[in-house]
Design a protein around this ligand. Structure first.
Ligand code: MF3
Ligand code: CO
Length: 246
């Protein structure tokens, strides 16, 4: 479980800030009638304009710079001809590489007038992240994060995706440890100051089960109900956490 030095963390600030800014920029482009492919083009141009590279492009053969996951798509939606419509929720997940390090974050955007229950799903998913980091500091058992995320999601009548998890990040986009959004409080490794992890609740309105599509990437809810995703890159500190992508 690698612990980053302060110099390494300093180098991670820039890719993380670029991810944050790209998400805001792409979010501003999300409107009815836009395709997910167009969002991908906006993102790629913007990331490159900041002197970074889109980490996802070519990662294990992934064909785009962002993941754009609409409604029942949980994560890893490949940008394409899907047209965004009023009432959709659109998760954008992206990574940028600069200074030898990656940053990674995701947001779920509302498109126009969205049904109350879907709005609640998006709000609760974001809250799950903040519950997950509550009291988080060096020494916290890893699965405390997931236990908190899971409790908040389930208290609100939603479910936590089990098939995908958060992760460490640094010179590689995915490093140890795996960071589940479920689990038993008080268990798992104790986090150390200087660890950098991505906490990324993926929350379903219906059941937790998901299916992996034939394209090798797209993950959908089995029951076809909507899902939301919210993620930040976080540094563990002695006395708390520092969120690099906010
Ligand atoms: N941010 C995503 C993750 O943490 C990146 C997915 S890799 C991609 O898993 F290639 F699908 F983009
Ligand atoms: Co991630």
């Amino acid at each position: 479980m690698t612990v980053k030095t302060e110099q390494e963390i300093a180098l991670m600030r820039e890719p993380c800030a670029i991810v944050r800014d790209t998400l805001a920029y792409v979010g501003s482009k999300i409107k009815p009638g836009v395709t997910t492919k167009e969002l991908d083009e906006y993102a790629e141009k913007y990331i490159r304009s900041r002197g970074a590279e889109p980490s996802c492009l070519g990662y294990c053969g992934y064909p785009a710079s962002i993941c754009a996951s609409v409604n029942e798509v949980v994560v890893h939606g490949i940008p394409g001809d899907r047209v965004i419509r009023e009432g959709d929720i659109v998760s954008i997940d992206l990574c940028a590489y600069k200074n030898g390090f990656h940053g990674d974050a995701a947001r779920t955007f509302l498109v126009g007038d969205v049904a109350e229950e879907k709005k609640k799903l998006v709000r609760v998913t974001e809250e799950c992240f903040f519950k997950g980091i509550e009291n988080l500091r060096a020494g916290t058992p890893l699965y405390d994060i997931g236990a908190r995320v899971q409790r908040h999601a389930e208290e609100n009548g939603f479910s936590v995706v089990r098939a995908l998890v958060g992760h460490g990040i640094g010179r590689e986009m995915h490093e140890d440890p795996s960071v589940p959004n479920f689990g038993k409080a008080g268990t798992g490794i104790r986090l150390k100051a200087g660890m950098v992890i991505c906490i990324e609740p993926m929350i379903n309105m219906g059941g937790y089960q998901v299916d992996f599509m034939q394209d090798g990437w797209t993950v959908k809810t089995r029951d076809g109900k909507p899902a939301a995703h919210y993620e930040n890159t976080v540094v563990i500190r002695e006395d708390g956490v520092e969120i690099l992508t906010l």
